[in-house]
Each structure stands twice: as C-alpha cells, then as structure tokens.
Design a protein around this ligand. Sequence first.
Ligand SMILES: Nc1nc2c(ncn2[C@@H]2O[C@H](COP(=O)(O)OP(=O)(O)OP(=O)(O)O)[C@@H](O)[C@H]2O)c(=O)[nH]1
Length: 216
Amino acid sequence: MLELSSRKVSGASQASAARIGVGGPVGSGKTALIERLIPVLRGRGVDLAVVTNDLVTKEDAERLRRSGLIDPARVLAVEAGACPHTVIREDPTLNMAAGDDLEASFPGLELIIFESGGDNLASTFSLDLVDWWMFVIDVAGGDDIPRKKGPGVLKSDLLVVNKTDLAPYVGVDLEGMLTEANAVRAGKPVLATNARRGEGVEAVADMICRAVLFHA
Ligand SMILES: Nc1nc2c(ncn2[C@@H]2O[C@H](COP(=O)(O)OP(=O)(O)OP(=O)(O)O)[C@@H](O)[C@H]2O)c(=O)[nH]1
C-alpha cells in the first residue's frame, strides 16, 4: 500500500500512464475487442500494456500473450478469486499494483488497459483504478439489455454493443437496440462493433485517443 501511495504522490511530477477499464458480461467480447484494439492503437504509436482479470485462472492473459499482438511481458494477470467487480471496484489494490509494476517495467508507457472478468450489468470500475472505462455488451445477450439500465450501461464512459454480425441470427433489431442505448445514456457515447471482423474498432480507438490520451 505504501508503494501505491508513493506512486500517486510522485505521479504528480512525472507522467504516468492513462488507465482505462473494459468491463461487461461474461463472453460479450471484451478480450476479442482488446485483441482488435491493440494493433490499431500500436499503429497510432500508443505505448500500451494490459492487465487481465479472471476468476481463478490467467486464461485471458495467456490468450493475449500467445496472440503475438503484444510483448508478453506487457500483459499481467490478476486472479480475482471472487466476484470480478470486487477487484475493480471495492478493493482495486491488486490491479493498481499490477499497473504500477507495468509502469516501473516500461517507462514511457502511455496506456494501461484493465480487462475485468466477465460480470453482471451492475459492474462498474473504481475511479481510483481507472481514468475512463467502457462497458461491452453484445447483441446476442438480448436487445432488452439497454432498457434494463444497469449501472454498467448507464455509468460507463463508452458503451460498446458488440457482435453486431449476430443480430439477424438472434432476432435483434440492431438499430432499435442502439437507439434505446443512446436514449438511456442521455448523450454519453455508444458504439457498435463486430470484434470478430474488426468492424467499428477504429471508432473505439478514436474515442480512447481523443477522450483519454488527448491526441489531436
Ligand atoms: N460472432 C461474433 N463473435 C464474437 C465477437 N466478439 C467476440 N466473439 C466471440 O465471443 C466469444 C467470447 O469472446 P471473448 O472475447 O472471449 O469474450 P469476453 O467478454 O472476453 O469473455 P469473458 O472474459 O469470459 O467474460 C468468443 O467465442 C469470441 O470469438 C463478434 O463481434 N462477433
């Protein structure tokens, strides 16, 4: 804890990496979206690293390390061991420490992406951990998800509706779902993606670059 406090104090005089969260229900496509974002952001010159959260394994971290998209040393895993939101909201100490380790190992790091373990619609990130966070839902989860107004849908800085390609197969009116999502979020951004094919990922990267990294 002492080390974490020191980082925050010293952070005032030295640039530290922006920290963003990626949350959402189980299987909505959080890792798939991150796999798509990594090359797009790196292509724009963003120096980045990733912290994954899983319940009792390091599955997502191992998947990213094997992907060839990023130096495996830039991917750290946190095992939540409990409800995933506990370690991104109630007590994010383990994640903060993982972020600090990455910053110590990679001076000049500009962005750290924290992927939450799959959770429910009430999941949110502590702003002690991240500066900005997105919530990823998917079309196959049902077009009523925005209407249910869970905190993840309402409070996230960006809502991503993923798996747009599946809409015709699960009887979802994608345009209607996006309209409802925009309505419940009262002006906060909503983007649609197909992480399998990479569609919509540039727009997500644009938002990160503008809203978080303050790139022109
Ligand atoms: N058709 C389609 N499949 C997708 C898309 N995005 C992800 N998937 C698939 O959905 C499944 C779950 O994707 P993941 O990226 O593992 O989802 P996740 O949210 O990280 O999952 P957890 O970490 O277990 O919560 C995988 O089989 C992906 O290939 C998409 O846009 N379209």
